[in-house]
Design a protein around this ligand. Structure first.
Ligand code: DOR
Ligand code: ZN
Length: 369
């Protein structure tokens, strides 16, 4: 299916005054769903927009085994409101102690689609993450052998590295060596935020014997639409704080260029990361933008900005399944050029509330229910 863009029923050309956009049903290739009551609160927002999502394993305790991933999957499926169609794609959390046997088990499981590398201390619930990849050679060799992708939070955590340079350092210090040592490893560079990462993934991705790229990247809506000025506009803005943190304008432009390039190694991953309002609006507030309720709307806005609405379907609905070797979704979604205001807050677990990304703001695109 190719993107069908119409203006009052007449094709108007991508990016110019289109009023409706219908694309094959999309997926979210990077999502935090949490657990328990919090998960029940946020799951419908994702299921409304996406057919499938790669669910991150950074729970407390982290999802480190296939058994835990299966149990987590069952809890997600049980929390899904009746009548909603949504398939959670599960991941394991890589630690220094992950065995090759667990990776082989994961590769055999019909539910596990990847293994997530969090450098220890890089972000929310990453304390149990990898101290050094030198401790993970058996697990990496098993990933290389099975073709199960390694999903990478690409930031070094050394205190001497400037927070805005963490991703660029990661490429040289971790990504290049690990892909040299394990040339058959399939890697997703998650939520890329810099020109360096966009260029690296553009130029270093190769097609495997199965015709699939061996290196891909997900890109969030906030990194396509905002630069780091948003963090400080009119005062400190905790709801724009996520990790990796927003970067300079030149990086946003490079990401938008990569996402709208049509290259199959770039695909949609919201990194929607819900935290209760009071845990964002505090000293030492949590990292993460809760973008699930506005995700496709924001991607449409970004692609329209780039004059590339005709490439949204590839990014949102085609490239991800091709990388993961999964079938394309049936059916479609329609987005309409119609202004609407994002709710300022929504109910969340424990009687608390959550602020959706861009809560209270007016957006130009709306998903048709
Ligand atoms: O901002 C983020 N929030 N980045 C991550 O990598 C983790 C996420 C979370 O789980 O809250
Ligand atoms: Zn994430």
């Amino acid at each position: 299916m190719t993107a069908n863009i119409s203006s009052q029923g007449v094709f108007s050309g991508a990016g110019t005054c289109a009023s409706q956009l219908t694309i094959r049903h999309p997926d979210d290739w990077h999502l935090h769903l949490r657990d328990g009551e919090a998960m029940a609160c946020v799951l419908p927002a994702t299921a409304k927009q996406f057919r499938r999502a790669i669910v991150m394993p950074n729970l407390k305790p982290p999802v480190t085994t296939v058994e835990m991933a299966h149990a987590y999957r069952d809890r997600i499926v049980a929390a899904l409101p009746a009548g909603m169609q949504f398939e959670p794609l599960m991941t394991l959390y890589l630690t220094d102690a992950t065995t090759a046997e667990e990776i082989y088990k994961a590769a055999e499981s019909p539910f596990v689609q990847g293994v997530k590398l969090y450098p220890a201390g890089a972000t929310t619930n990453s304390q149990a993450g990898v101290s050094t990849l030198a401790r993970c050679t058996a697990a990496l060799a098993a990933l290389e052998k099975t073709g199960l992708p390694l999903l990478v939070h690409g930031e070094v955590t050394d205190a001497h590295v400037d927070v805005f340079d963490r991703e660029a350092f990661f490429i040289d210090e971790v990504m290049v060596p690990v892909r040299r040592d394990f040339p058959g490893l399939r890697v997703v560079f998650e939520h890329i935020t810099t020109r360096q990462a966009a260029q690296y993934v553009t130029h270093e991705s190769r097609l495997g014997s199965d015709g699939r790229p061996n290196l891909a990247a997900t890109i969030t809506p906030q990194h396509l639409l905002f630069n780091r000025n948003a963090l400080f506009k009119g005062g400190l803005q905790p709801h724009w704080y996520c990790l990796p943190v927003l970067k300079r304008e030149e990086h946003r432009k490079a990401l938008l260029q990569a996402a709208t390039s049509g290259l199959s190694q770039f695909f949609l991953g919201t990194d929607s990361a819900p935290h209760a309002r009071h845990l964002k609006e505090m000293a030492c507030g949590c990292a993460g933008c809760y973008s699930a309720p506005v995700a496709m709307e924001l991607y449409a806005q970004a692609f329209e900005l780039a004059g590339a609405l005709d490439r949204l379907e590839g990014f949102a609905s085609l490239h991800g399944p091709a990388f993961y070797g999964l079938p394309l979704n049936e059916g479609s979604i329609t987005l309409e050029k119609r202004e609407w205001t994002v709710p300022a807050e929504l109910p969340f677990a424990d009687g608390k509330t959550i602020v959706p990304f861009l809560g209270g703001e007016t957006l130009p695109w709306k998903l048709v229910d």
